[in-house]
Design a protein around this ligand. Structure first.
Ligand SMILES: NC(=O)c1ccc[n+]([C@@H]2O[C@H](COP(=O)([O-])OP(=O)(O)OC[C@H]3O[C@@H](n4cnc5c(N)ncnc54)[C@H](OP(=O)(O)O)[C@@H]3O)[C@@H](O)[C@H]2O)c1
Length: 287
């Protein structure tokens, strides 16, 4: 059984931690407010941006997952978490003479700046033009050029329990989707993000880079219409301009998960249909 640290143990990190703890691994969740972690994850109170708080990491770590996310969407917060925080953790591991077998970083498909709806895989150029993608790329390089074996998983947009606000919006008829040219969104259910990380940890020799997205990049309007059908409410209408029309980073591409699936990972929710259907069933059960 392995000794595992999840640095930035939030939405994905907690799902991953509970998955690994249930298999008998020892799991530490590092965050500034660890008291809210579930009891199966051991608390490690630290601030990644404050090196002094990283002096006493749990000893003899086998695997480390870096799943921290900034509090705000700005240059300073992104640099603090994805570059400085990661650098601080690497320094602390070196100073404490730790020899982890591998580190994993959750990056984002936002590092791809492609705009024409083209298919993208791990070999495609990742040349972001805005600060979030640029700083994520800097963090990726820091990790991959660093002293430990490392793997980056570039995730699509996360959805899942507690992150299914789209359902309520469609139910209330609040959303507008569309526009004439298709804009594709790449997504992954929380449990598949956690499942893929666990899967990569179990591989003898994982690659250094994987895309973590489901099988079907989809236009948002397609998801909205499917949800409206499932909920039995009128379908959202098309509009030329909609706040939901473009991903925040303004790119438009379809990400492939072939490397991840070829490595043996089987998606629990291969498309948004299975993922949202499960969320709707959970919601109905909770009523
Ligand atoms: N959300 C998405 O749609 C999406 C898409 C693509 C990629 N990703 C990537 O996936 C990863 C995880 O996302 P998520 O949604 O699971 O994140 P999240 O729930 O927002 O969790 C981030 C965690 O990081 C901790 N944290 C933040 N700053 C910290 C610091 N200075 N020191 C220690 N801990 C800190 C926070 O806990 P405290 O506040 O207690 O410190 C929080 O629990 C991120 O790397 C993100 O970039 C997310």
């Amino acid at each position: 059984m392995a000794n595992i640290l999840i640095a930035g143990c939030g939405y994905i990190g907690t799902a991953l931690g509970s998955l690994l703890a249930a298999e008998g691994h020892t799991v530490w969740g590092l965050r500034r407010r660890p008291a809210i972690l579930p009891p199966d994850i051991r608390q490690c109170a630290a601030d990644l941006t404050s090196p002094g708080t990283l002096c006493a990491l749990p000893p003899a770590l086998d695997y480390i997952f870096y799943t921290a996310a900034p509090d705000t969407h700005d240059d300073v917060a992104y640099r603090a978490v994805y570059v400085e925080g990661l650098n601080n953790l690497l320094d602390a591991l070196i100073r404490q003479r730790q020899h982890p077998r591998r580190l994993f970083l959750t990056s984002s498909t936002g590092v791809y700046a492609q705009t024409s709806g083209e298919w993208v895989d791990e070999t495609a150029p990742a040349e972001p033009t805005e600060f979030a993608g640029i700083l994520l790329r800097e963090g990726e390089r820091l990790l991959l050029d660093g002293p430990f074996p490392a793997t980056v998983l570039r995730l699509g947009g996360l959805y899942g329990p507690d992150r299914a606000g789209l359902i309520e919006k469609v139910r209330r008829g609040e959303v507008v989707g569309g526009g004439e040219s298709p804009v594709y969104f790449n997504r992954i259910h929380r449990d598949d993000a956690a499942g893929a990380l666990r899967h990569l940890m179990m591989l003898q020799q994982p690659d250094s880079l994987y895309l973590g997205v489901d099988d079907e990049p989809t236009e948002l309007i397609v998801v909205l219409r499917w949800l409206a059908g499932a909920l039995g409410v009128p379908p959202p209408w098309q509009a030329e301009s909609s706040p939901l029309r473009m991903p925040r980073h303004g790119s438009n591409k379809r990400c492939r998960n072939v490397r991840l699936t070829a490595s043996g990972y089987a998606f629990r929710y291969p498309t948004f249909r299975e993922g949202y259907a499960a969320l709707l069933t959970e919601q109905a059960g909770a009523c």
